[in-house]
Design a protein around this ligand. Sequence first.
Ligand code: MRU
Length: 351
Amino acid sequence: MTSLYRSIEWCNGAVRILDQRLLPATTIYRDYTQAAEVAEAIRTMVIRGAPAIGAAAAWGLALSAQSSRSLPMGLAWEYLQSAATILRESRPTAVNLFWAIDRVVNAVSNPPPQTSEELFTRVLHQATLLADEDISTNRALSLHGLPLIPERALVIHHCNTGSLATVDYGTALGVIRAAHEHGRALQVLVDETRPRLQGARLTSWELLQLGIPHEIIVDGAAAHLMRTRRVDLCLVGCDRVAANGDVANKIGTYQLAIAARAHQIPFYVAAPTSTIDLATNSGDDIEIEYRDAEEVTTCGSGRLAPDGVRVCNPAFDITPADYVTAFVTESGIVRPPFATAFKRLLGTRLP
Ligand code: MRU
């Protein structure tokens, strides 16, 4: 079953993106025709979620090549490189962004295109392939996750990892969706995910459409509910997995993992292999994005904190590999020791 809404698609020479900043109140699609506009949409989180921003960057490159169709090949190639640079600078933590750009640029470099028209055709083909693969990858990953979900399960989920965070179907939320589709009796505790409320706004919106029972909880309630209710597992997505298994994901993931460990609850991370970054040794080497103070001090048009107050707003944290029970990938479940398991899984593949 495909989702009711597509987070992103290529539509008549434009990249059409569902504006996630306005959900769940308003459903508005925006059409972009320039790579720089797509970079800005990623930066301002019109579109967010690691696999979704990878697809956005790939189609952003297609927009650049499309604008250069009447130019000499050398100039079109230069423009593609500068579009790649602008897109790379849009957000720092999710490796899928860089992976997608490298994948498209490498695929069209060899053999070199002869004309700017050929460049456009090939970039668009590669970007569309990448987006289509995202969907099949997520479906495969979700089915691999099924054995981890008991017949009746209470699951804690953090942030949004569903159709909105991907091209379709989702990763961690994909596993939950597949479990529901396979008849599991699921109840999901949805972390609201301060400060941008991806859980309260987006995950609950998706779960409602799918008919999956859930309750929104404030992030600080997770440990209490682990102690007072029979939580079976935590299931989260991720933005980058280092070669040693350390996980960068939405802020609050680390404290959830610590609480899960304290209550002997399994902590699973859903990660397409495009999120595993063998070139990054450990979580210490992952750049953590810090975002604007307004995300914390305001809510909609309302002010929450005193004017001029100082704010520290890391958007991601690192969960050490030791806290992760297993990864769910499109190639199967990966258990510790992760460093050797990843090498076996990915071979010598380096970005
Ligand atoms: O800042 P966001 O909303 O882009 O952060 C998204 C997350 O942290 C998700 O958990 C992650 O990208 C996995 S999405 C399949």
